[in-house]
Ligand binder design. Structure first.
Ligand SMILES: Nc1ncnc2c1ncn2[C@@H]1O[C@H](COP(=O)(O)OP(=O)(O)OP(=O)(O)O)[C@@H](O)[C@H]1O
Ligand SMILES: [Mg+2]
Length: 208
């Protein structure tokens, strides 16, 4: 039986997920809250190998279907090896990206559609949906400006701003359709302001 809570961080590249997760780590430690952090794709030895395959700039011929199935495989391993055991021990589990990344990137931006992506992911996660998803609500244009340009070593960051705009629209649509699970976080201010917005949202939702 699941006893802990599962919280995911979502948003476009450069929206500040990793920055916020590391600020959050301090909060959890100061408040002596039992937690684990994992990231996607990755988080286990096998999933990290799948991650390098997906993000390899040489894999230009990878089809959208292959990519979607690889993400789902990495996720299946992460859920069973790390997330479910931690939830069973009553921990808070924080994940940097999860199923909504597949919805926003593969279903919306790559155009595979929600039916295809939901169906392969239902095998992968086996009902392990996040209790709460924090969507860092900043457009890719704003995020890239803040970050100072794309990172050339990452295949996904080379696809161009149009692709990232589709991802953002996907996230916005998902958040609008799933308000009880997905919280839109205002992240246009400083890192510290965004951090407070996240803590407030989690308190309001009874996670903290
Ligand atoms: N509120 C903020 N104000 C200014 N700069 C910020 C803010 N939040 C994050 N940044 C900066 O934006 C950049 C991207 O942040 P970060 O790496 O946390 O994003 P990410 O969502 O984890 O991206 P990715 O999807 O590529 O992993 C970093 O250089 C970070 O320092
Ligand atoms: Mg990151």
């Amino acid at each position: 039986m699941k006893k802990g809570k599962f919280i995911t961080f979502e948003g476009c590249e450069g929206s500040g997920k990793s920055t916020q997760l590391s600020l959050f780590k301090n909060y959890l430690e100061e408040n002596k809250i039992d937690y684990i952090f994992v990231r996607e794709p990755g988080g286990t030895a096998i999933s990290e190998k799948i991650r390098s395959l997906i993000l390899d700039v040489n894999n230009k011929e990878m089809t959208s279907e292959c990519e979607a199935l690889l993400y789902a495989s990495a996720r299946a391993q992460l859920v069973k090896e790390k997330i479910l055991p931690a939830l069973e021990e009553g921990k808070l589990v924080f994940c940097d990206r999860f199923i909504d990344s597949s919805f926003a990137y593969q279903a919306y931006a790559r155009g595979l559609g929600m039916d295809y992506v939901s169906s392969i992911n239902s095998y992968a996660i086996n009902n392990c949906m996040p209790d709460c998803t924090l969507f860092l609500n900043i457009s890719p244009d704003e995020a890239f400006k803040r970050k100072g340009g794309a990172d050339a070593s990452d295949r996904l960051e080379q696809v161009g701003i149009e692709f990232h705009r589709k991802v953002f629209l996907g996230y916005t649509d998902l958040a609008d359709k799933n308000p009880s699970r997905i919280e839109k976080i205002n992240c246009l201010g400083t890192r510290e302001q965004t951090h407070l917005n996240i803590i407030n949202a989690l308190k309001t939702r009874g996670v903290l």
